[in-house]
Design a protein around this ligand. Structure first.
Ligand code: FMN
Length: 203
């Protein structure tokens, strides 16, 4: 089957793209509003983009009433944000935090999460997250009236004790159990891992 995306309604394009490009990592973005309310929300149009400079990329649309997402509003105002990474233990709180709460309501309170100060940026990180990336806004690309692409420069990586080997900087497969987004309310774990036996030809 060949499907020309220009001939499909946006909802069908969305269904195809988020169903085919799986699993997607989840940026669980934490910020603080102008009035000091701690906000967090998940975004799976997300990935790291390069290590030199260390960049991540996030795609955002609008809230269902056509207004700007609170996360984007806070990123625009401050030029900073935190990407928390979601593991099995925090999966449910992440999903609940995607609800469109009012700006004066905190997802942290609604989900029982703890906001703790980040090291380098003014926004809080999620204490329960296994790891997080403290970011400074590198560039905002206004793709259309409803789509914005955020490029963030990763200034600092924070991880729970034991996850990163201090010497080798390897990540513990045992202690770090990230989940991936599939579509709707479907997710996957990263438990079934394997090595490929194939040898690459020598250059
Ligand atoms: C797993 C998951 C992934 C999501 N990915 C995105 C995304 O990539 N882009 C986006 O604009 N919204 C995404 N959403 C929806 C936002 O999380 C949702 O609109 C949230 O209410 C925004 O909160 P805010 O207004 O506090 O920023 C996702 C929701 C879930 C549950």
């Amino acid at each position: 089957m060949d499907l020309k995306l220009a001939e499909l309604p946006a909802l069908e394009r969305y269904k195809l793209l988020i169903g085919l490009v799986i699993p997607r990592p989840i940026a669980w973005i934490s910020t603080r509003s102008e009035n000091g309310v701690a906000n967090c929300a998940p975004f799976s149009f997300f990935n790291v983009f390069s290590e030199d400079p260390p960049l991540c990329v996030i795609g955002m649309n609008q809230r269902s009433d056509g207004t700007m997402k609170h996360s984007l509003k806070n990123i625009r105002r401050t030029g900073e944000f935190v990407v928390n990474l979601v593991d099995e233990a925090t999966a449910n709180a992440m999903h609940v935090s995607s609800y469109e709460f009012a700006e004066e309501e905190s997802e942290f309170e609604k989900t029982g999460l703890t906001a703790v100060p980040a090291a380098l940026v003014q926004h809080p990180r999620i204490a329960e997250a296994a790891a997080c990336l403290e970011c400074r806004l590198y560039k905002l690309l206004e793709i259309s009236d409803t789509r914005t692409l955020i490029l963030g420069e990763i200034l600092l990586v924070h991880a729970r004790e034991g996850i990163i080997d201090p010497k080798t900087k390897r990540i513990s497969e045992e202690l770090y159990r990230p989940i991936g987004r599939l579509f709707a309310n479907r997710y996957c774990t990263t438990r079934q891992r394997f090595n490929l036996p194939g040898e690459l030809p020598e250059k």
